[in-house]
Ligand binder design. Structure first.
Ligand code: PBG
Length: 322
């Protein structure tokens, strides 16, 4: 076995999986203002950017081969309410950012979330019923509106990350009604109630609003795998164009099972907590920078077609030898 490992040329010849810029989607955090940047304390190296700076970064990364970005808002407290009303404001931060990015880089794919957590005063992905649980069907109606607003602003892909039942079909129907038949749905299909989202909630300013709350009534139990296949099957039946598993590294078995069972375009989200573990260790010199590409290549090996990762800029620079 060692003969085929003995020289770099032969390792290149027998290599089974290769990471390329095409495999990366970069999630970005946005704030109001201009020429504004704020470091995210729990994500070393990641900043929230005002739209003008985000556009500049999109241009740079797109010119290096990045196919798509995913945009997330960090909202001020005064814009939050119990219904997440700002999520459907056509002049809100995300619709403005989408149209600015699409104007500057028409060929860069723009993904927006369908979920209310950055906009609600309680930090949940939907609206609450009288018992304090997220009301499925009322939430779905608002998510459809949010998706239509984002599509009208120019979003190419709507990514429902809320885990309500039936939202993929409802969003598809809403987009069709608006003659947005080319707008794609990337469903967060197998999204687990994970502890690894903490730094993201810090980044979008929902950590304090959610407080001691949890999302276990809508996100999946990390102990379950068969259930992930049922979730993915439903989203495909409802019209998802691409499916996603989230988080990433601790859930590679799910990525593999989903890919094998459905042969769908399958994405994986290397989430904020995974980023912070690795970025923190690299910053301290406990792990080498090569760990980044190792993790990204492992997603490919597990069957993913692409990865949402905060390491996208590092990976692209590495891949182009910049
Ligand atoms: C919101 C959403 C979350 C993430 C993406 N969309 C957080 C959550 O569900 O609480 C997590 C991404 C990350 O941790 O990087 N619905």
């Amino acid at each position: 076995m060692r003969r085929n490992r003995s020289h770099e040329f032969v390792r290149r010849m027998v290599r089974e999986h290769r990471l390329a810029a095409d495999d990366l989607i970069y999630p970005m955090f946005l704030i109001e203002g201009s020429a504004a940047r704020q470091p995210v304390a729990s994500m070393p190296g990641i900043e929230r950017l005002s739209v003008d700076l985000a556009v500049r970064e999109c241009r740079r990364l797109h010119s290096m081969g990045l196919p798509a970005v995913a945009l997330f808002p960090c909202m001020n407290g005064e814009l939050k309410d119990d219904r997440g009303s700002e999520a459907v404001n056509p002049r809100g931060l995300i619709p403005r950012a989408v149209s600015a990015v699409k104007t500057a880089c028409p060929k860069l794919g723009v993904v927006t979330d369908a979920a209310l957590d950055p906009y609600t005063s309680h930090g949940h992905d939907g609206v609450l019923d009288e018992r304090g649980d997220v009301n499925n069907d009322t939430t779905v109606e608002i998510l459809v509106e949010q998706a239509r607003v984002c599509a009208a602003a120019g979003a190419d892909v709507i990514a429902p990350s809320d885990m309500m039942d039936g939202r993929v079909r409802a969003i598809r129907d809403g987009l069709e009604a608006d003659r947005q038949q080319h707008v794609k749905i990337m469903a967060y299909s197998a999204k687990y109630a994970s502890t690894f989202y903490g730094p993201f909630r810090d980044a979008v300013n929902s950590a304090t609003t959610l407080g001691q709350g949890h999302k276990r009534s809508y996100q999946m139990d990390p102990a379950n795998a068969d259930e992930a296949l049922r979730e993915v099957a439903l989203d495909i039946e409802e019209g998802a164009d691409m499916v996603m598993v989230k988080p990433g590294l601790p859930y590679l078995d799910i990525v593999r099972r989903v890919k094998d069972a459905f042969s769908m375009p399958t994405f994986v989200y290397q989430v904020s907590g995974e980023y912070s573990m690795l970025a923190g260790a690299i910053k301290r010199g406990w792990l080498p920078r090569e760990s980044i590409l190792e993790t990204l290549t492992c997603f490919k090996r597990a069957g993913a077609n692409g990865v949402l990762t905060y390491f996208a800029p590092d990976a692209i620079e590495e891949l182009c030898g910049a």
